[in-house]
Every structure is written in C-alpha cells, then in structure tokens.
Design a protein around this ligand. Structure first.
Ligand code: UGA
Length: 440
C-alpha cells in the first residue's frame, strides 16, 4: 500500500485518484479550488461520468480516498504525487503548461523525503525535464525524488472502465526504483497481465500525443471518405464495415460524423503539430487531419443550408445533442457549437435539446431556447439536426416528429437514423456518406 496524492480534481485527477484508491492505496485528491473540495467532501461529484460517483463513495467509506485543499501537507504525506492539472491551449495552439510548472514549484517546496513525482496531464514532449528542473530549483538538494511520465488514455463517458481495464499502461521512468513504485501503484493491473510499456520520459510523453493524433487522423480519414461516397453513390457505412474487418485497420474510430470535438483531440493535434513544426519536422498528415476536421464542421452547416434551399434566415432549427459525444455533459469544442454559431450568425433561431448538456451549453449560448425533450425541440421547427449520437435519438418516434415539425427536414450528422424509415415517413434528409433525399 502506498500513500498517493493526486493534484487536480478534473476528469483525469478525480478518475485516477478514485481508481488508484480502489486498487487499495490511500489517496488524497487535492485542489487549490476550495469550493470544489468542499463539494467533493460533501459527496457531490462535479462532473457527469458513468460509475464515478459509486467508485468515489465506495472508497471514501472505506477511508482510502479523501479530499483536501491543503496541497503542501498532502505532498508531504505522499510516496507518489500525481500531477493532473489542466493544460489548456494557448493562443498559438501550444499547450499551456504554467499550471503544471506551478505545481512542480509547490512540490519542490514541500519535498520532505524521497518521492516519485508523476505527470498524468497531457503535456508537450520535454515538459518532464522542465518539471524536474522546477522541483530541483525549489527543493533542498539533500532530498531526492524521481520523475515519471504516466499518460492517461481515458475516454470521457467510459473513464472509470478505461482506468480499471486499460489496454496498456505507459510508464516513462528512468530509475528502477521509480518504476518499481509505479508497479506497486498499478499492482492489480499487473496481476491481470495488462501490458506495461516501460520507456524514457520523452517516449511516454510522445506516446500520448501520437495515440490521440492517430485516432483523430483516423476519424478525419473516414470523414473524407464519407464525403467522397456521397458524390460517387457509395455507402460509407458498408465501406467502414468492410475496412474494419481487416485486422490491420480495426473497426474502431471509423464512424463518420460532423468532425471530432472534445477537450483532447482538437487541442492535442494542434499542440503536436505546433511542436513538430517548431522542431523543423512538420507533421503533414496531422495538419491534414486538423484541416479536414475544421472543413467537416463547416460542411455540416453547408448541408443543412442546402436542405433549407440556401438560407437560414428567419428559420427555426431544432439542434438535437449538444455534448461532443454521448455519455458526457462536456460541450468543449463540440461540433454543435460551430453549427449553432453559424445558425445564429445567419439569423436562424435555435431550439436545442440534450439529455444532460443543456446547462453547460448556456455558458456558450444564452440566446437560444433550451428544451426538455426531442419533441419539444422539434415543435414548429423548419428543420432538425442531430449533432450527438445519444441512444435516445436512435429510437425517436419519427411519425410523431414529422407531425410536430413545420417542415419535415432532417440532417443526421451521426448516421443514427434508419434511412428507410425516413423515406417511408416522407422526410427530407441528409447524413454523412450515405443515401440522402434532398427534395420533398
Ligand atoms: C480521447 C481518447 O479517445 C482517449 O484515449 C484519451 O485519453 C482522451 O482523448 C484524452 O486525451 O484525455 P475523448 O476525448 O473522451 O477521448 O473522446 P473520444 O471517444 O475519443 O471521441 C472524440 C471525438 O471523436 C468525439 O467528438 C467523437 O464523437 C468523435 N468520434 C469518435 C468520431 O467522430 N468518430 C469515431 O469513430 C470516434
């Protein structure tokens, strides 16, 4: 059993802290945001993440998990300190690591004996060395520590499962002692024979970016193939299905859509491209994926405009789904944001509905009408657009929707509706890379 401190109680920190406590360690999750800590102590989970509430509760009751805003004290008590603070994008597309370096300073000032300091936040390659320097500059030379890069591969909405059942664990550790500490932290995963990749610090940092950028590239690739399918009469659904059966390709991340969003892919692809450019080795494939993604967002707006005979002016549009994907209330970089922005810029009014994200979207748009059901959202609408593949949209009552809408026009950017049913119900529709019906 190790004493663990996790600094930062966002998605990564909270899931990791709760997950590590479930492995049997004593974990203190800390944050400088006192109100966040107060609500966590109260049992309130600040994010919507499947399974997280019960995981936290179970480990708090077992006294393995606690919360504190006394960061120095929690560092002093720890064998391993995880850094899991945010690395937002700066104005040049780079990841802003100032919060990570600030934490490194605090760790240096509180270093009272050997500890492993481990970064979980996604940080540009080379950040580990800067963290080591910042700790050294602020600590007593007689106290030793080791630094480890241990990137996370958690998907929002499936983060708890991804933490407890990862495909692999990456440990960038340059001393055997630090590697052994980390082996101890992840002991249950060792028992389950989860592959562990032991690397140097830079390699671990790169693995995270290379993985996310590859997945983003895969999405942009299938989106572009879908766009060509539309022009040549092919069905992207069948194309992706057949491609995915090739074990070298795999069926995952081959779902065409409105373009990827979220707090990771847009930021990480830009950060990697920008770092590669600065290093004199531009990543043309990743830059292509970034450009294709931005084009995909605007292509969805163009598709809807075509369905409405070229203009949004004075039209009422039902936007179904606001989060960047189902299973989360996160709307950061969601394709629905670019859609709603275009609609408002072109004088349409928006009736939006999301099962869990209406409130989060009010921070971006206060001037749209938020509804409590699909049926309220489509009432009297000139068109409806599905932006998120929530399950409840798959089983909508299409004839009822048709009767509620002013004109039965649908853009399905996630390809979740049954095109035969849309045909039979007399709905004008378009989607991504499949058969469409653009005239009534
Ligand atoms: C992503 C990675 O999948 C995680 O492994 C990683 O840990 C995480 O970023 C991170 O860096 O923290 P996440 O952003 O939660 O996870 O979401 P994904 O499930 O990867 O989806 C990202 C976007 O791609 C969504 O907008 C989704 O709708 C879109 N997508 C995904 C597609 O358009 N098509 C697909 O086939 C898959």
């Amino acid at each position: 059993m190790k004493n663990i401190t996790v600094i930062g109680t966002g998605y990564v920190g909270l899931v990791s802290g709760a997950g590590i406590s479930d492995f049997g360690h004593a974990v203190s999750c800390v944050d400088i945001d006192e109100s966040k800590i107060a609500s966590l102590k109260n049992g309130d989970i600040p994010i919507y993440e499947q399974g997280l509430e019960s995981l936290v509760k179970r480990n708090v009751v077992a006294k393995r998990l606690s919360f504190s805003s006394d960061v120095p004290n929690a560092i002093e008590a720890a064998d391993v300190v995880f850094i899991a603070v945010g690395t937002p994008q700066d104005e040049n597309g780079n990841a802003d690591i100032s919060a990570v370096l600030k934490v490194a300073e605090t760790i240096g000032l509180s270093l009272n004996g050997y500890k492993v300091i481990c970064t979980k936040s996604t940080v540009p390659i080379g950040t580990g060395r800067k963290v080591i320097e910042a700790i050294k500059e602020n600590s007593d030379a007689s106290v030793s520590f080791d630094y480890v890069s241990n990137p996370e591969f958690l998907r929002e909405g499936a983060a708890v499962r991804d933490f407890t059942h990862p495909d692999r664990v990456v440990i960038g550790a340059e001393s055997q002692k630090a590697f052994d500490f980390m082996k101890d932290v992840y002991h249950p995963l060792y028992v389950n024979e989860t592959p562990v990749i032991h690397t140097n610090i830079e390699t671990a940092e790169m693995i995270k970016y290379a993985s996310n950028a590859f997945l983003a590239l895969k999405i942009s690739y299938i989106n572009e193939i879908a766009n060509v399918c539309e022009e040549v009469g092919a069905d992207v659904f069948k194309v992706a299905q057949a491609m995915g059966l090739d074990g070298r390709i795999s069926p995952k991340f081959l779902h065409p859509g409105p373009g990827y969003g979220g707090s990771c892919f847009p930021k990480d692809t830009k950060a990697l491209a920008s770092q590669a450019e600065a290093a004199g080795v531009p990543l043309k494939t990743i830059q292509g994926a970034i450009d294709a993604n931005s084009h995909q967002h605007s292509r969805m707006v163009d598709k809807l405009r075509i369905l409405l005979d070229g203009s949004f002016e004075g039209k009422t549009i039902a936007v179904l789904g606001l989060s960047f994907k189902p299973g989360t209330d996160d709307v950061r970089e969601s394709p629905s944001i670019s859609m709603i922005t275009a609609l408002l810029n072109e004088s349409a009014s928006v009736q939006a509905y999301d099962p869990v994200s209406n409130e989060n979207m009010t921070k971006f748009f206060s001037n749209i009408s938020y509804k409590n059901s699909v049926y309220d959202a489509v009432k009297d609408a000139d068109a409806a657009v599905i932006m998120t593949d929530w399950n409840e949209f798959r089983s909508m009552d299409i004839p009822r929707i048709k009767s509620l809408m002013k004109t039965p026009i649908f853009l399905d950017t996630r390809n979740i509706l049954n095109t035969s049913e849309l045909e039979d119900t007399g709905i004008v529709y378009d989607n991504v890379g499949r058969k469409r019906r653009t005239d009534s």
